[in-house]
Design a protein around this ligand. Sequence first.
Ligand code: P6P
Length: 281
Amino acid sequence: MERTVDAVVEAVAEAAPDIRGGLIGRRSYRDSANASGERQLAADVYADQLLEERLGGIDGVGEYASEERQEIVDVGEGLSVAVDPLDGSSNLKSNNAMGTILAVYDDDLPAAGETLVAAAFVLYGPITSMTVAREGVVTEYELVDGEMQLTEDAVELPADPVVYGFGGRVPDWPDDFESYARDVERELKLRYGGAMIADVNQALEYGGVFAYPALESAPNGKLRLQFEGNPIGYIVECAGGASSDGSQSLLEVEPTGDIHQRVPLHVGNESLIERLEASLD
Ligand code: P6P
């Protein structure tokens, strides 16, 4: 299994320069929508096809699933990989940060977060970086031509939180979340850029909280359990933080059978997540 996880992580690192390089000329929306009904950029489809090629061919990978496609793809026997090929792709038109999210499950999809054996994200910022969580440890790399160059070998959330970022529209927040948000706003600095990976990385770097909560209009929130909630929850918990769907760790959320199941997502310093859960009725 270790060798397969190594191969999957390295394949995503090697794909990163191709994904980043392929953004130019792919900033237009296609006529299609993804399985969550969101408009697709040409870059979304390109990144998804590239990752399926690279990951689906790895010995020891049995399933491939992506936020950009309806169905799970059977690619052999072994671990299951679930990806958000281009998280925050709507930032492409405004030339802001985006990411690629990877989840590696030791179970058939859709799988519980507790079956994760690794999770990672690539952040296409001023520098292309990669953050990998395995066996309880979070490691950060700079990617140079797809090569993983170690920059931090034990990423830990700073004890004193500094930043927050909350998604959704304020009028659409339930009253209990809004009350929590008003308290946090008085204590921390706003960092919200529209790509979860970039916003979560602010909290990982400086300490704080990111949430895309349940909304009045969308009680399960916007983000997807398999491709976003589980891997990001796993990474933040491995970095000494906490995650929650509002009442439990994201890793304990039962999959419903829908690979595109949405979940309210809150991650960050344990104290801030405890306060959140205490605030929600
Ligand atoms: P909104 C990007 O589309 C995404 O899936 C996450 O990366 C991000 O946190 C969220 O949706 C942004 O949503 O409603 O603020 O545009």
